[in-house]
Every structure is written in structure tokens, then in C-alpha cells.
Design a protein around this ligand. Structure first.
Ligand SMILES: [Zn+2]
Length: 106
């Protein structure tokens, strides 16, 4: 049945470019710059900015902002490296701001 309805997608709030899948959500309990944010295992059709070290609530991380590939809206960031052992699971994962993505297809 899943094939009939297609995957549940999230799109860029600005241009409706498909950026991530509902099935790839790891956690919905993250804090973004502007409010709630989701942690995803994958993102697509996005570009990554330069890496920078950022002090977050959970410690020091190396992150890069991610942008929509089509309209260049900043959608969130990617964790490149976590320095705290307990935060290592976030490496290579993506934060997308809830306010920047919209549900598509569901
Ligand atoms: Zn866009």
C-alpha cells in the first residue's frame, strides 16, 4: 500500500523542493534557531556551507549550514563532528527547522 501513496516527504517551505523523508526522522525533540527542529538521518537536494565550530546547548560541534539547492533558503545544519562522546550519534546527521519544511503528499 505504501507504494500507492508514495513516501511521505518534506519540502522546502519556499520552493517545494523535496528535501527529506518522514521515515528518516531520528528525533523530533531538537531545538533549532527559530524553534523546533527535527533530526534526520538523510537529506536530499541540499547544499552544505563551510564547516564551522559552534557551541550548542549540548556542547561543541563542527557543523555546516544546509541550504535548499534550488532557492538557497537556509533550512538547518548538518553535524560534521561532535566532541562529546554522548553526542557522537549526531555525526553526519541533519537538523531541519520545522518552520522551514512543509509536509508533501500526506
Ligand atoms: Zn527551496
Amino acid at each position: 500500500m505504501a507504494e500507492l501513496v508514495g513516501p511521505r516527504l518534506y519540502s522546502c517551505c519556499n520552493c517545494r523542493n523535496h528535501v527529506c523523508l518522514h521515515d528518516d526522522i531520528i528525533s523530533k525533540a531538537f531545538q533549532g534557531k527559530t524553534g523546533r527542529a527535527f533530526l534526520f538521518s538523510h537529506a536530499m537536494n541540499v547544499l552544505a556551507g563551510p564547516k564551522e565550530d559552534r557551541q550548542l546547548m549540548t556542547g561543541l560541534h563542527t557543523v555546516c549550514d544546509i541550504y535548499c539547492r534550488d532557492c538557497r533558503e537556509v533550512l538547518g545544519w548538518k553535524y560534521e563532528r561532535a566532541y562529546e562522546e554522548t553526542e557522537k550519534y549526531k555525526e553526519g546527521k541533519f537538523i531541519l527547522e520545522k518552520s522551514k519544511i512543509v509536509k508533501e503528499n500526506w
